[in-house]
Design a protein around this ligand. Structure first.
Ligand code: FAD
Length: 381
């Protein structure tokens, strides 16, 4: 007699895993502490890469959940206030999409419910046991499962339930922060990344009417340090061009850039996914995608376990995922530091600044360097 897979958290990893298992006829329940409205409005990432798109296609879900315009094979930089378009020499067709995270989440919820999935909002989970998987809900009820999938982010209950002597936290502070801004302004270009001596800045479309802006700022800055007028004028300085329309700023928050990996990602009957297991800075655009790769890998492993009575993929889940997670941490560190150091020489000095400029220019000169970046962006590395 099988018990369900208990999925804690209805973010991208939890909902993707839930849908994948539902398609495979594997019993699961998704438990989310917030209400539906909150989850459906949470605006964060904006790109589903080629590999993640294919994970949905593999299970016949692409048309139902992946929306938005196709990504371009290139990145629009502003270097010292001038346009530098970087064409990516990708060997395969890029199949990623500009799909705001909340659009993906909304679609995943709709499809899961249409297909008869068990999704409970307002269900705050406390983990009772990870070896004989058992969770308790706020109302005191207990749910037992064959497994717990920890999809509840970096402040969730599942990672916290692992005894400290069974887990290692590897973390890295980049030493600078981003002011993360959401504004009701359409993006003029799909991607705009400014490398400038005053610091990095970027604008990415989030659907047709909104944009995410990012501004590198010192650690310790607060939202009060950044009145709207200062945000707009600093963006214009770093972009080296006026912002076409200044719409209302609906959110601003400083966020120190950091990387984190928890090792291992499996503990008894608990498997960690997404931000519960690893954090990458948004500059890499890999946070949401790594969460989706995890869901894809764990779904495959569970299918193997239930269909073939073979736990080998499940046993290998942590090692397999960690190899890839470190590969993408390497990409995230390189890309993030390069676009910051190539602009701002004050933080890590003139030497690093010139090294970063060389790293940046190589992308335009060397087909090999260019292809490697393209592979990471597509998620095919
Ligand atoms: P989440 O999406 O955070 O979902 C976790 C869920 O668990 C939440 O719904 C939470 O309410 C729930 N939960 C927590 N605790 C409990 C509990 N005890 N019981 C039940 N439920 C619980 N990534 C990119 O790829 N590209 C980007 O450009 C990008 N930009 C970002 C910008 C910002 C401002 C932020 C904050 C993140 C950004 N990310 C980006 C990262 C990306 O959003 C995350 O990596 C992604 O959401 C991780 O998905 P997840 O499923 O692991 O966690």
């Amino acid at each position: 007699e099988h018990k369900p897979v208990v999925i804690v958290g209805a973010g991208v990893s939890g909902l993707a895993l839930g849908n994948f298992l539902l398609r495979e006829g594997i019993d699961c329940v998704v438990l989310e502490r917030r209400d539906r409205d909150h989850v459906e409005r949470r605006q964060r990432a904006g790109v589903i890469d080629t590999r993640a798109t294919r994970a949905f296609r593999k299970r016949g879900l692409e048309d139902r959940v992946v929306g938005g315009a196709p990504v371009q094979a290139g990145l629009g930089f502003r270097l010292d206030g001038r346009d530098r378009w970087l064409e990516l020499a990708v060997e395969e067709q890029l199949e990623g999409r500009f799909c705001p995270q909340q659009v993906l989440v909304r679609n995943l919820i709709t499809v899961f419910e249409q297909d008869g999935g068990d999704l409970r909002f307002g269900a705050e989970v406390a983990v009772e046991d990870i070896d004989r998987p058992r969770v308790r809900l706020g109302d005191g009820s207990i749910i037992e499962g064959d497994f717990i999938a920890g999809c509840d982010g970096s402040h969730g209950a599942t990672r916290a339930a692992v005894p400290e002597d069974r887990i290692t936290h590897h973390s890295h502070e980049y030493g600078y922060a981003w002011l993360v801004v959401l504004a009701e302004v359409p993006a003029v270009r799909p991607t705009l990344l400014a490398i400038h001596q005053r610091g990095f800045a970027a604008q990415f479309g989030r659907g047709p009417t909104a944009s995410r802006f990012y501004l590198q700022c010192p650690l310790g800055d607060t939202a009060e340090d950044w009145p709207d007028e200062r945000i707009w004028s600093e963006l214009e300085t770093r972009f080296g061009e006026p912002i076409a329309t200044r719409g209302p700023i609906v959110e601003k928050q400083p966020m120190p850039l950091r990387g984190e990996v928890l090792s291992p990602m499996s503990h008894g009957g608990l498997h960690l996914l997404g931000d519960a297991a690893h954090i990458v800075p948004p500059a890499s655009a890999k946070g949401m995608n790594l969460a989706l790769y995890d869901a894809d890998a764990l779904a495959d492993a569970l299918v193997h376990y239930y269909r073939k009575d073979d736990p080998s993929l499940l046993d290998a889940y942590s090692d397999t995922r960690l190899r890839e997670v470190w590969n993408y941490q390497a990409f995230a560190t390189w890309f993030t530091d390069t676009v910051h150091d190539a602009g701002d020489a004050t933080y890590r000095g003139e030497f690093r600044h010139r090294v970063a400029r060389a790293d940046f220019e190589r992308l335009f000169i060397s087909g090999t360097a260019n292809r490697l970046l393209g592979e990471f962006i597509a998620g095919l590395n």
